[in-house]
Write a protein that binds this ligand. Sequence first.
Ligand code: DGP
Length: 115
Amino acid sequence: MTEATIFDKILHGEIPAQIVFEDDSVLAFRDVHPQAPTHVLVIPKKKLARFSELATAPVADVAAFFSSIAKVANHLGLEKNGYRVVINNGRDAQQSVEYIHAHILGGRALSWPPG
Ligand code: DGP
C-alpha cells in the first residue's frame, strides 16, 4: 500500500476540489495551479502511482483510463480547437504527486516543444 497523496484525499472527499467529471473509472478536477485557461487533471479510481505502471496493469483498466481522458476533454468542449494531454512520469518529468494523473490543457494555443 503506497502512502496517501493529495489526490487520494480528493478522490475520497477529504479535501475539496473543483470536480468537473466523474464516472465509474475516473475523477477529473481542475488543477490548483492552472497553466492554461482549461487545466484539468484526470485520475483513475483504481490507483497507480505512475504512468510506467500501466505496463503491467490490466488492459481494460488502461483502456478505461484513456477513453475517459478523451471523454473529459469532450465534456469540457475542447475537441473543436484542440488540447494537449500530458502525463509526467518520475523525477526528470517533474512528477510531483505519486498518483498517476493526466493533465488536459486547452483554451489557448500551446507551444511546442514543451520545456
Ligand atoms: P505533476 O507535476 O504532473 O505531478 O502535476 C501535479 C499537479 O497537481 C500540479 O499541476 C498542481 C496540481 N495540484 C497539486 N496539489 C493540488 C491540490 O491540492 N489540488 C488540485 N486541484 N491540484 C493540485
